[in-house]
Write a protein that binds this ligand. Structure first.
Ligand code: UTP
Length: 289
């Protein structure tokens, strides 16, 4: 019997060095794409997959992320007084069920694997999702919902995967692939940031995962991997052979918003997907090409 997927971990403790100086006092995950911070896209996507409990792995200077999902009493009272219906509506997605969001501190950013290990008490014995808010996916069906559906089919671990140019394998976690039906691919091995010559494929993991709680025991060993960090990929690799492990070629377009060009592209793509903005954006775009 598969346990239902109800929990999500959102690591937001990274330093965001590629976005300095913007990220000196503001968390990278609070940067907006159009008018919504990255963290809110991630929470909304998780909710659309039936997830009810959220754990943000935070660090110093990240309090705005917590504030964002709290009641802004004075602001809401003022908007109500002024009858600003649209503005009040815009705040709705920031409301979470009381008691459904917790935070855990990762005091030192020792890597994504270490960040996930910090959520061990929240995870307990349950399957859990991971969403990296700086990976944004524009799709018809929310990416995490696609993964949750695949988990309900296969059980075990499921990660979202996409083909990347071979010369970019050293930026991502890469799969060694087994049986492949074009949508779901059996994972036989995982390598973090391999050089193109050593990469077992060009299928890369993006920041959406459904994992079994046993990964925590492997992460607890705190073995250092690529970049001398505790890598989630290395912990996941230890699960292979003991539990089902699949990659899902999701439907949609991923934007790496941790990178300047990816972030700028996401602004344009998400604006063009908005009926209230598309025409105006399309009108100015030719000026810059
Ligand atoms: P990145 O590799 O993008 O690192 O982390 P970063 O620090 O956020 O950004 P740069 O490279 O310095 O610009 C991927 C995800 O993992 C989280 C980050 O917050 C981001 O969501 N992370 C990374 C942690 O929570 N803790 C870590 O120790 C490392």
């Amino acid at each position: 019997m598969k346990k239902p997927l109800r929990k999500a971990v959102l690591p937001v403790a990274g330093l965001g060095t590629r976005f300095l100086p913007a990220t000196k006092a503001v968390a990278k995950e609070m940067l907006p794409v159009v008018d919504k911070p990255l963290i809110q896209y991630a929470i909304e996507e998780a909710r659309a997959a039936g997830i009810e409990q959220f754990c943000m792995i935070t660090g110093r200077g990240k309090t705005a992320l917590v504030e964002h999902f709290d009641i802004a009493f004075e602001l809401e009272a003022t908007l109500r007084q002024r009858n600003r219906v649209e503005a009040m509506e815009a705040l709705k997605g920031t409301m979470v069920e009381p008691g459904s969001m917790v935070t855990v501190r990762q005091q030192v950013p020792h890597g994504l694997g270490h960040a996930i290990w910090c959520a061990r008490a929240f995870i307990g014995d349950d399957p859990f999702a991971i969403l990296l808010p700086d990976d944004l996916v524009l799709s018809d069906t929310p990416c995490m919902k696609q993964l949750a559906d695949a988990y309900n089919e296969t059980g075990g671990n499921v990660v979202a995967v996409v083909e990347v140019p071979r010369e970019h394998t050293n930026r991502y976690g890469i799969l060694k692939t087994g049986a492949d039906d074009g949508r779901l691919v059996e994972v036989q091995g995982l390598v973090e940031k391999p050089a193109p010559a050593d990469a077992p494929s060009n299928l890369s993991i993006i920041g959406r995962y459904v994992l079994m709680p046993e990964v925590i025991g492997h992460l607890a060993k705190m073995e250092r991997g690529a970049g001398n960090e505790v890598q989630l990929t290395d912990g996941m690799a230890k699960l292979i052979g003991n539990q089902p492990f699949h990659g899902l070629r999701y439907e949609g377009t991923r934007f790496d918003c941790g990178d300047k060009v990816g972030f700028l592209e996401a602004q344009i793509a998400f604006a063009l997907a908005r009926p209230d903005l598309a025409a105006a954006v399309r009108a100015f775009l030719p000026k810059y090409s």
